[in-house]
Design a protein around this ligand. Structure first.
Ligand code: NAG
Ligand code: NAG
Ligand code: NAG
Ligand code: NAG
Ligand code: NAG
Length: 172
């Protein structure tokens, strides 16, 4: 794992600096078992794209893992510790700017179509999504309708640890 990560750095060389999402304003979120960034998101270990979903027409949208064959992926900005993205309201409604709520342990990452107070999210080194400054704690847990849903410090039996990276290009 580490050898291959290093070789990515070695091969990518100078172009890696340009590709690192340090100046991202608009980015996609992916899950991966890899801590270090990759110039090519397809090469992140166990990488998965993510998209918003709404299992039961509830107000809060969640983030789930999405395999190949999706139509489009949501892009995000991060301001005052809060992620923001444009999405359709339940029932195929109008599009709104959805904002992440303050992340809490044992809860899914949630987005509401309303203004939110300053959040606790940040991008460490410009790519790694943290909560309260912690890089580790993201979990993928089997949620509603057998979706793999992103949460913070999920402790159910189906939960697996993951990192969340901001990337410019979809991995697939
Ligand atoms: C990224 O990596 C994938 C998988 O290794 C490869 O197929 C693709 O060509 C790479 N893309 C670029 C732009 O290098
Ligand atoms: C971000 O998503 C919006 C809404 O889906 C889309 O209109 C826009 O083109 C996307 N921006 C980028 C940079 O991909
Ligand atoms: C983040 O830090 C605040 C202040 O210390 C604390 O109240 C909150 O529980 C922390 N949240 C998480 C998810 O760790
Ligand atoms: C799981 O997390 C929730 C919320 O933090 C907590 O109330 C519960 O006690 C935890 N369960 C276990 C088994 O750790
Ligand atoms: C989301 O937050 C932004 C900035 O705080 C705000 O402009 C926007 O109106 C919020 N979205 C909704 C649907 O209220």
């Amino acid at each position: 794992m580490w050898i291959s990560t290093l070789s990515v750095f070695a091969v990518a060389g100078a172009s890696l600096c340009a590709a690192l999402p340090t100046e991202l304003t608009n980015f996609l979120l992916v899950t991966t078992s890899q801590l270090n960034p990759s110039a090519n998101s397809s090469e992140l270990k166990a990488v998965s794209a993510t998209s918003l979903f709404d299992p039961f027409n509830q107000p809060a949208l969640l983030l789930r893992l999405t395999g190949p064959g999706y139509g489009s992926l949501p892009n995000f900005t991060l301001t005052s510790g809060t992620l923001s993205t444009i999405a359709s309201a339940p029932f195929g409604g109008a599009k709104y700017r959805y904002n992440s709520t303050v992340v809490a342990a044992g809860k899914e990452l949630q987005f509401l179509a309303s203004e939110q107070p300053a959040g606790n999210l940040a991008l460490d080194e410009g790519y790694l999504l943290t909560v309260n400054g912690s890089r580790e704690g993201w979990t993928i847990c089997e949620g509603a309708l057998s979706n793999d849903v992103l949460s913070w410090k999920g402790n159910g039996t189906t939960c697996e640890k993951t990192y969340v990276h901001a990337v410019t290009k979809a991995p697939y």
